[in-house]
Design a binder for this molecule. Structure first.
Ligand code: C2E
Ligand code: CA
Ligand code: CA
Ligand code: CA
Length: 277
């Protein structure tokens, strides 16, 4: 029955997005970790759904606290945003991954890097110069970098954000609207901001073949991406069923545990070899 269906969905949602107990991390510890280069990064491949070819690598921050161990990124990113540390953290992540990309270029592998950018940074016009000069003095060009920005109602000054995003786009950076479908002002933002990629949130991807409602949302997001001439990306692909549905619906790029888990840079060459085979 419909009711059973909804109670199933509700259960699924609670399981997927139930709040984790926040760890007692201090601002001081995080500040120290950022200053001392203790923030590490992992890479997760984004692949072409038709050909399987690697299209990019998403850069995901990792932090192992000296006594608490692995801290989930959601938690330390939120803290960094709250405490004004997100600018520094982002530049460290960018510097580290750019250095890694130079090593990959040397090996004959030239990936696009996907960097997560907090919407809070869009209030800071200095971010354009910082990011541009870092990338322009590196082995890769802005066209090889996609900035993933979470769709959010939290952008205080949409006008300022539009100016910053437009300048980044004009420099040649790709702009991706991340976690699409979970924000509040999606339509308004999509119409006004110069995005090049639409990244559909994993809550509409995994299991969409079993749940009609998810499938409908997924298909209409893909249709919209196509009409707006945005590259469509699906995250959270965990099963062959997820993959096949996206293939049937014409999604361009996919990412998820089925393809590869986020991994340290040293594991990438072996993954590339096994993936090509
Ligand atoms: P996100 O940008 O949506 O990144 C994707 C998240 O989904 C990552 O979680 C990734 O490990 C996870 N994931 C990938 N494939 C699958 C899958 O098939 N199934 C499931 N269930 N999950 C999958 P992670 O690494 O824990 O990062 C969480 C969030 O933290 C990111 O979500 C992003 O919003 C934020 N984040 C991570 N690094 C940075 C960063 O350097 N800067 C900023 N501003 N945010 C970051
Ligand atoms: Ca992302
Ligand atoms: Ca995402
Ligand atoms: Ca997310």
């Amino acid at each position: 029955s419909a009711l059973q269906h909804y109670s199933q969905c509700l259960k699924g949602n609670v399981l997927q997005s139930g709040p984790r107990q926040p760890l007692p991390i201090s601002t001081q510890d995080l500040c120290h970790a950022i200053d001392c280069e203790h923030i590490d990064v992992h890479y997760q491949p984004k692949v072409d759904i038709r050909t399987g070819l690697v299209r990019g690598m998403e850069v995901l921050a990792r932090w192992t606290h000296p006594s608490l161990g692995r801290i989930p990124p959601d938690q330390f990113i939120a803290l960094a945003e709250k405490e004004g540390l997100i600018f520094d953290l982002t530049l460290r992540v960018l510097r580290k991954s750019i250095r890694q990309a130079a090593a990959w270029v040397h090996m004959g592998f030239t990936p696009k890097l996907a960097i997560n950018l907090s919407p809070l940074l869009l209030d800071n016009p200095g971010i354009v110069q910082e990011i541009t000069s870092l990338v322009e003095s590196s082995a890769i060009s802005p066209s090889q970098v996609v900035l993933e920005i979470t769709e959010s109602a939290g952008v205080e000054h949409l006008g300022k954000a539009i100016a910053v995003l437009t300048r980044l786009r004009l420099k040649g950076f790709g702009l991706s609207i991340d976690d699409y479908g979970t924000g509040f002002s999606s339509m308004q933002q999509l119409a006004r901001l110069p995005f090049s990629e639409l990244k559909i949130d994993r809550s509409f991807v995994h299991g969409a073949h079993q749940r009609r409602n998810l499938g409908v949302i997924l298909e209409s997001a893909l249709d919209m991406a196509k009409r707006l001439e945005l590259v469509s990306v699906a995250e959270g692909i965990e099963t062959m069923e997820d993959w096949r549905l996206l293939q049937r619906c014409g999604c361009a790029v996919g990412q998820g545990y089925l393809i590869a888990r986020p991994m340290p840079a040293q594991d990438i060459p072996a993954w590339l070899r096994s993936h090509r085979a």
